[in-house]
Design a protein around this ligand. Structure first.
Ligand code: BEZ
Length: 211
């Protein structure tokens, strides 16, 4: 089954470097980032996992659990984690699913047979506390992901869930935002007391409301 934005993220139980992960229990009332790696002992994946570990405090600040996946057995993961810690300069601090039976990879459609029929692509899913899929990105195996971008999207999702705004191109936390076009000027006056600049009736720019 193809997953789309707004769908309920499938639950699963799978081994990991931190024991069995029951996905819904693991996520609890948090957000989650689930991301796949083509294979253990590969260079790009090694740098990605190291970087996610470095960003972990930023995910924690946003109430986000991170969960990696690779379709290799736990015994390989355990050895690889040692390499990641050695080469990337700090402790491995989040679970990596050992999806050797491809249970989770199949559920989340992470193997794209016309790209490679055994390895996963680099999938990223952002899942909200209601277990709805809020972002899906797919990168090819040869391209390491930009996990700062994943944090940026989380900032946008968490902001736009709370206020009637959307975030413009290349927006970063703290930048001005856009008032959703469906909101009348009359209602906007109540919700955005700092006011706005209307470049067009549908393009109203206001300071980020929670700053
Ligand atoms: C890597 O992580 O370096 C990688 C994995 C699969 C294919 C190409 C590169």
């Amino acid at each position: 089954m193809t997953l789309r934005l707004g769908d309920t993220a499938p639950d699963f139980s799978q081994d990991s470097t931190e024991g069995t992960i029951d996905f819904y229990d693991f996520v609890g009332d948090s957000w989650a980032v689930l991301f796949s790696h083509p294979k253990d002992f590969t260079p790009v994946c090694t740098t990605e996992l190291g970087y996610v570990g470095k960003l972990k405090p930023e995910f924690d600040k946003r109430n986000v659990k991170v969960l990696g996946l690779s379709v290799d057995p736990l015994s390989d993961h355990t050895q690889w984690v040692g390499d990641i810690e050695e080469t990337q300069g700090h402790q491995f601090n989040f679970p990596l699913l050992a999806d050797a039976d491809r249970k989770v990879s199949d559920l989340y459609d992470m193997i794209h047979p016309n790209a490679n029929d055994t390895l996963t692509v680099r999938s990223v899913f952002i899942i909200d506390p209601a277990k709805k899929v809020r972002l899906i990105i797919t990168y090819p195996a040869s391209t390491g992901r930009n996990f700062d971008e994943i944090l940026r999207v989380i900032d946008s999702l968490q902001l736009t869930d709370g206020y009637k705004v959307a975030t413009p191109v290349n927006w970063k936390d703290g930048d001005d935002v856009i008032i959703v076009p469906a909101l009348s000027d009359e209602d906007a006056k109540e919700r955005f007391p700092k006011g706005w600049v209307a470049h067009k009736p549908y393009l109203r720019v206001t300071p980020q409301p929670n700053k």
